[in-house]
Design a protein around this ligand. Structure first.
Ligand code: F6P
Length: 455
């Protein structure tokens, strides 16, 4: 059996609870198979990059690197999160093009390759994750690595005309062809990648999923929608009823319904639009006033990046405005919390909620949507309000699918969810839950690794 080696920028070290779907999903995948997880330690070494740390828990060996302040600023805060992140989320207006940060991005990828290459064996399956590490495969090949290399993009693949706005797009995306398999979240992402290869990459699509790249190399590509550990989430949620944090939340609602949103504090998540849509709901549906409390949990993310700080200020202002304008002495319409909560509490919060609000402007998949569904009480399930621009909307057909830019539409969907009869809630939920039982995290890992072995 070949060993699984996962490489990602973010690593969920034992005992850490990380916001974001990638860490949760990869941890679940490695727990099943064992193997090695290689990435950034999450630490800054003031002196230099490249200090290696190792620890083992169960069958998982964690090998992580510290980064210097400058490398972290240029690679993570800079090129990854101020250039690639906005571009890949269709926000060409927010993308910052800077040769210095691009050099830092390449430097850190080269460091990953230098430290990882000696640890690899020829029959390993190496699975590289996300936009931080697009050039890594080329660099590993330059170090003589011969094993199978796969890549998975957790975020959306944008339209090729947008990608072409990146000065380095040719070199960067040509580098993907050093992999044996490139995976995307949805069929639409795969199509947009194929368009890019055809229109800007000087390559051709031999058949869907089999490409010849500009450099003449054969590359396999496919859609592999990421998922959750459905059974585990459902179990956690059913056990959470007695948890103190969940009880406190339930008691604090004084019999009112709960609407919940849980998102990293990120402009791709459409939070200002969601807050405004909630206000619109209060205005358009006066008959429901006072019947619901909206809890938004938004752990701070990438707080050193200017755009994220601006967003945080805007959300604080909006939450204050909405409560100021609509609260009663005994009812606050919305609660806005910047803390991160352990999964065991979050799943309990989801189960309490009548409405789950997942309304990103763009999202590769969005695992909160899937977790919300898996956490529901089968006898009395809540309703998911889901953006059509989340990858999850391609699968979760029982959700109320909304356009997050259409505030009236989101407002009306919240009201519809509040008044939805139990029979309809159950029917919608059952369809989604049985899909998630068949398409869980183990199925995702298996189907990707099977395709990688075959590529
Ligand atoms: O899922 C997309 C993603 O960017 C992951 O790559 C990342 O680990 C996660 O979101 C959370 O972001 P960050 O690691 O920057 O906190």
């Amino acid at each position: 059996m070949s060993r699984l080696v996962i490489v990602s920028n973010r690593v969920a070290l034992p005992g850490e609870s990380r916001a974001g779907g990638l860490a949760v999903a990869l941890h679940a995948a490695l727990e099943e198979t064992g193997g090695m997880w290689f990435g950034w330690s999450g630490r800054i070494d003031p002196d230099r990059s490249g200090n290696v740390r190792e620890q083992t828990e169960g069958d998982i060996r964690y090998v992580t690197l510290d980064l210097s302040q400058q490398d972290h600023d240029h690679y993570y805060n800079g090129f990854a999160n101020r250039t690639l992140w906005p571009l890949l989320h269709f926000r060409v207006d927010l993308a910052d093009y800077n040769r210095e940060t691009y050099a830092g991005y390449r430097r850190v990828n080269a460091l990953f390759a230098e430290k990882l290459a000696p640890l690899l064996r020829d029959n390993d399956l190496v699975w590289i994750h996300d936009y931080h590490l697009i050039p890594l495969a080329v660099l590993l090949r330059e170090h003589g690595v011969r094993c199978k290399l796969g890549f998975f993009l957790h975020v959306p693949m944008p339209s090729s005309d947008l990608l072409a706005a990146l000065p380095q797009h040719g070199r960067l995306f040509e580098g993907l062809s050093a992999h044996d398999l490139v995976g995307f979240q949805t069929g639409r992402d795969l199509e947009r990648f194929q368009d890019y290869v055809r229109l800007f990459g000087r390559g051709r699509v031999i058949e869907s999923g089999v490409l010849e790249t500009g450099g003449g190399r054969l590359l396999h590509a496919g859609a592999f929608p990421i998922s959750i550990d459905t059974g585990h989430i459902a179990h956690l949620a059913s056990q959470s009823v007695g948890k103190a944090s969940v009880k406190r939340l339930a008691d604090s609602l004084s019999g009112r319904s709960l609407a919940i949103g849980v998102d990293r504090l990120d402009y791709s998540k459409g939070l200002p639009e969601r807050f405004r849509a909630f206000e619109r709901y209060l205005e358009r549906h006066p008959g429901q006033l006072g019947r619901m409390t909206y809890l938004q949990i938004a752990p701070v993310s990438r707080g050193d990046v200017a755009e994220y700080r601006v967003l945080r200020n805007e959300l604080e202002r909006l939450a204050g405005h909405i409560n100021g304008a609509h609260a009663d002495p005994d009812w606050t319409p919305m609660r806005y919390v910047n803390r991160n909560y352990p999964h065991a509490s979050l799943t309990g919060f989801y189960r309490l909620a009548r409405v789950g609000l997942v309304t990103p402007l763009r999202d590769g998949m969005n695992l909160v949507a899937k977790e919300f569904v898996a956490a529901q009480d089968p006898d009395d399930p809540g309703v998911l309000v889901l953006s059509t621009f989340a990858g999850a909307a391609r699968e979760l057909e029982g959700a109320l699918i909304v356009n997050p830019y259409d505030l009236d539409g989101v407002a009306d969907a919240i009201a519809q969810a509040m008044d939805m009869p139990l029979a309809e809630r159950r029917e919608r939920w059952q369809g989604m839950m049985s899909h998630l039982q068949r398409h869980d995290i183990a199925a995702w890992r298996r189907s990707y690794l099977k395709a990688l072995r075959a590529a």
